[in-house]
Design a protein around this ligand. Structure first.
Ligand code: GLN
Length: 547
């Protein structure tokens, strides 16, 4: 029998439900189980593709081209679960599917209603992931907070599944908040209320994960247990972790969360192997040096806008045994070239991530120039690579008007443009290039060396491409084309010739990086930045007069 765990949230949002669900998934995997992760977003948007990064943080892209919520990225970082289009369920999708069936006459004249038609569709979508032979446990995170109008049909589906499949096969883990009030007192009342609300819908939580600034005392756990009807040992402390979120699986393990869950699901308790997480934790604690990465983007005020890139940089730090400090710089602050020496003074490497629209692009172009001329490690991702191309054309190849047609449609030199604006190219359709495809890396370039492979597979999310009308000229001038699509039609990677580490990629490597297995490009970029940090500090020491 395949098993299901619903993860719900109480009191308020942003308590880290995604990380908690993913940590639990990982602990089950460490015991040899095959886990699948599913995220439910009760909003009416069909997917996250049209949502502003300001409102919603990063859009996480799957191999099969779905644009999803950033929590799917947490699942990908913590677990081995394949994250695909089917892993992300929204109210928009569910209604679209049900309405389409209704139009096709497939409900045979019946009135189409939330119960049973919407709830049935929700269950079908969950079973589509969980009912395969190779899956042991499916973890379904219900976004939002219990009590939201939008999440009612999903909690109802969870209730139905619990009854239909039996409570030994479907359990509910509820993440809640124990706030601290004046006098360092921890308050359980909001938790009591949120469990009450869950029970009104017919769901009795089996496990409580209690977010609190500190670990809960046994007395407090006993009290919560009495009021919520959750076994005392299943009241688990999700206290604030000062080190890294990657210590959360270990923290849950110490409180036997995996054992409790497996017992409730009537599953055998196989031996666990937490070696990978212990390694991550050690690397984090023992890191002595700090590498400072200048992170130049346009949505930097919002913490989650580049979530996967941030995390991938940290993974690169773990792999190199160094701490990575992100210095986020709004690209609009870099529009005056004279400021760059000062702003980048103590920076060891620079990353320019993806983005859309023209605001802040000039600052990114200045950044690329500064990194190229000062031989500072530079990593350009998607827009960050297109910026390398524009900068090179303008400042090295004598085309001051060079630009992407995204920013200047009438540019004299459209070095980056839509495919239909180029000649001699197959028509790819003018829409967003989304999802994974193969890339060929040419022999003799740094990126090929870094991957150690000729063919790689990475995910895309962009519309514009390096123009084939300029490609050869760019290459001859020293902006080397190092990777292409298998048909050689599209540029996938460029490299500055004669530079210590200047690499741009049209795809998004950050989506594939994990703390236990840093993406090779991030590992190599941090290694190069670390080398600069070493050289910089050695120079600083030498400058200090003796005595
Ligand atoms: N705006 C650029 C494009 O559409 C880059 C997109 C990105 O960085 N993800 O091609």
């Amino acid at each position: 029998m395949n098993k299901y765990i619903f993860v719900t949230g109480g009191v308020c949002s942003s308590l880290g439900k995604g990380v908690a669900a993913a940590s639990l998934g990982s602990l089950l995997e460490c015991r040899g189980l095959s886990v699948r992760m599913v995220k439910i977003d009760p909003y009416i948007n069909v997917d996250a593709g049209t949502m502003s990064p300001y409102q919603h943080g990063e859009v996480y892209v799957t191999d099969d081209g779905a644009e999803t919520d950033l929590d799917l990225g947490n699942y990908a970082r913590f677990t081995q679960s394949p994250i695909m289009r089917a892993s992300s369920i929204t109210t928009g999708q569910i209604y679209q599917e049900v309405i389409q069936r209704e139009r096709e006459g497939r409900y045979l004249g019946r009135t189409v209603q939330v119960i049973p038609h919407i709830t049935d569709r929700i269950k079908q979508r969950i079973f589509a992931v969980g009912e395969s032979a190779e899956v042991d446990v499916t973890i379904v995170e219900v976004g939002g907070t219990v009590g939201d109008i939008e999440s009612v049909p999903y909690l109802e589906a969870a209730r139905q599944m619990t009854r239909e499949l039996g409570h030994e096969n479907v359990i509910t883990v509820h993440l809640t908040l124990i706030p601290e009030v004046a006098g360092n007192e921890l308050k359980t009342k909001p938790t009591q209320h949120s469990v009450k609300e869950l029970r009104e819908i017919g769901l009795q939580p089996d496990v409580l994960l209690c977010r609190a600034p500190v670990a809960l005392t046994d007395d407090l756990r006993r009290k919560i247990s009495v009021f919520t009807n959750v076994e005392e040992e299943a009241v688990v402390s999700a206290y604030d972790i000062k080190t890294t979120i990657y210590d959360i699986p270990l923290s849950f393990y110490r409180q036997q969360l995996d054992e409790i869950v497996l017992r409730k699901l009537h599953m055998p308790l196989h031996e666990t192997d937490l070696g990978a997480w212990e390694h991550v934790s050690r690397a984090f604690r023992h890191a002595e040096h700090t590498v400072r990465i200048g992170f130049v983007g346009k949505y930097i005020d919002l913490n989650d806008a580049y979530k996967s890139v941030d995390e991938a940089l940290f993974h690169g730090g773990i792999a190199n045994g160094v701490r990575v400090e992100l210095v986020k710089i709004d690209s609009e602050e870099l529009e005056r070239e004279a400021d760059l020496d000062r702003i980048f003074d103590d920076i060891d490497g620079i990353l320019v991530p993806g983005g859309f629209g023209s605001r802040g692009v000039q600052g990114m172009i200045n950044t690329a120039r500064w990194a190229r001329e000062n031989n500072v490690p530079y990593f350009g991702i998607c827009l960050g690579m297109q910026v390398m191309v524009i900068e090179y054309a303008r400042n090295v190849m004598g085309m001051p008007g060079a630009d992407s047609t995204e920013f200047t449609p009438e540019t004299s030199d459209p070095v980056v443009s839509l495919l239909e604006e180029q000649v001699n190219v197959k028509n790819y359709g003018g829409t967003m290039r989304l999802g994974a495809n193969d890339t060929l890396l040419y022999e003799g370039y740094k990126i090929r060396e870094i991957y150690g492979r000729e063919t790689i597979r990475e995910r895309h999310r962009h519309r514009y491409e390096v123009s084939n009308l300029y490609r050869e000229r760019l290459h001859e001038a020293g902006l080397l084309v190092a990777g292409v699509t298998p048909d050689a039609e599209l540029v996938e990677s460029v490299q500055w010739s004669g530079h210590t580490w200047g690499i741009g990629v049209q795809y998004h490597p950050e989506f594939r990086s994990k703390p236990v297995a840093a993406h090779p490009l991030f590992q190599s970029f941090i290694a190069a930045s670390y080398a600069r940090e070493r050289a910089r500090t050695a120079r600083a020491h030498a400058d200090v007069p003796a005595g």
